[in-house]
Design a protein around this ligand. Sequence first.
Ligand code: HEC
Ligand code: HEC
Length: 199
Amino acid sequence: MSQTLRGILSCALIACAPLSAGAGPAPSTALAPSTAATPSTAAAPSTAPPSRGPPDTMEARVQGCVTCHGPAGRGTKDDYFPRIAGKPARYLFNQLQNFREGRRSYPPMNYLLAYLHDDYLKEMAQYFAQQQLPFAPSEAVKLSAAQLAAGQALVLHGDTTRQIPACSACHGPQLMGINPGIPGLIGLHSRYISAQLEA
Ligand code: HEC
Ligand code: HEC
């Protein structure tokens, strides 16, 4: 998977702790203050005394999701992670259930959702569905005008000779999705769309 993802995962696994903390010979001591003889101060963040913490809002709870899905689910520059803001709640809920039950596979999401119950998945789905946010400018494409025109014809009209229905017949004339179950396609990265079509 992408380098960003590996970065995020490995960072999460090591809790972003400095790798050299407390282990092995100290690196260059040139910058060490004279009090450096005190024992290791590499306290694990999880042992911090419970503080009042962030407010218990849905926005705060989905912080783990927005690392990959962007603020409020609006998507990121990563060329794979999908935008989820504004998709129909029922569609999002179905997908969350699919990940939880392993019908759809993406290990970080499968793990995250493994122990969450339906009511909570519904609340998260509703939260993201309610986010009506502007779209990022579309990706630069490396296709010829003829290829783009062929793609547009397929999306809007389908291809009867190959028995391909128009995408817009289901995804809506503006490809914004249709309640309750059909997701919008606008704002997704091309690599993500290709992967879903092959899945
Ligand atoms: C490590 C990155 C990462 C994290 C963290 C993450 N996701 Fe995802 N999510 C993805 C990727 C990548 C996909 C697409 C997987 C695929 O089908 O290949 C996805 C897919 C989804 C989908 C389906 C989107 C669609 O259009 O079908 C939903 C809904 C979703 N995630 C919600 C969440 C929620 C809610 C959380 C937090 C509980 C979360 N994700 C956390 C990376 C992440
Ligand atoms: C007969 C109706 C129908 C047609 C026609 C259709 N789709 Fe879909 N599509 C759906 C439904 C329903 C889903 C959601 C499936 C699910 O819930 O898992 C979907 C999901 C998708 C997804 C995954 C979206 C996401 O957010 O992860 C992509 C990408 C997609 N369609 C692309 C296309 C393209 C491209 C075409 C035209 C070539 C097309 N679809 C034609 C009904 C349709």
